[in-house]
Design a binder for this molecule. Sequence first.
Ligand SMILES: NC(=O)c1ccc[n+]([C@@H]2O[C@H](COP(=O)([O-])OP(=O)(O)OC[C@H]3O[C@@H](n4cnc5c(N)ncnc54)[C@H](O)[C@@H]3O)[C@@H](O)[C@H]2O)c1
Length: 279
Amino acid sequence: MASFRTTGVALVTGAASGIGLGAANALAEAGALAVVFADIDKAGIRASSEDSKKFATNPDYSPRAYVLDVRNEASVNAVVEKVVEEFGRIDYLINCAGVDVASYVPIPDHDMEDYDKVLAVNTRGLLLCSTAVIKVMEKQEPRTFQTSSGITRDLGRGAIVNVTSALSYAAVPGKVAYIASKHASLGITKATAQDVKGKGIRVNAICPSWVRTPMYEEECKKFPPVEDFIKASVPVGRPAEVEEIGDSIVYLCSPAATYVNGIGLILDSGLTLTVHLGI
Ligand SMILES: NC(=O)c1ccc[n+]([C@@H]2O[C@H](COP(=O)([O-])OP(=O)(O)OC[C@H]3O[C@@H](n4cnc5c(N)ncnc54)[C@H](O)[C@@H]3O)[C@@H](O)[C@H]2O)c1
């Protein structure tokens, strides 16, 4: 359906791997004019951006691979400037760069150094990227979309999707830094949506439970019961695939979601409805 297309310029952080890579490819498939793959993993983004051409449906599709460290304000500003220089605007920002805790250690034995590292990427990095991109979005011309019934819908100046987690709402043992970072990321999502009110920028969060990515595979190694837990407790008995998350990110960026703002969209197959009951 035409209203589920994303024809603008996308900047995706964490795009070398996992959900970021899935989101970048989904945006290319949904018609993006350009997708900027941004990540600290230089080799990863080079390969992924090249590979994305096979998914792209826009005849003028232009992928780019830019090295970005979301913890570093100068690096963030440099990448955002480069995107604007090349494409003149940024329509979608997908904040997907993220890290897990180094090991699962319950409070009070948790490691504060690791806490600072996780929050620097997952929370501070996310806010730095949004800040730089909002300064661009607020100055660019709004876009419109013609619906099939002939109505012109205002698309505004841009859309931001923060990839947070079902752990923005819930908690598990031994992951205080990650849980704090994801609760804060949902808070930043709501605060940003409030602060940019009236500027034509929508800001939403995607909150998945487990998604089959390198981060998930690592978690299964560190904490093997997680696989059995998923089989027993997630209604579909499996983690999500990155394509399933990518499609929801496309939706939140697309003209189909012009009335959706400030939400945390839980993608968990219904897990969090009953998980507290242990059934
Ligand atoms: N996989 C899951 O089960 C799951 C569930 C819920 C939420 N999430 C969240 O989704 C996001 C992506 O996770 P994933 O599972 O795809 O992990 P992943 O490890 O596959 O990908 C994370 C990407 O972020 C990049 N990155 C890390 N630090 C960075 C930095 N400082 N600057 C720029 N890029 C950086 C990595 O290089 C990597 O490419 C994370 O925020 C994660 O917390 C994952």
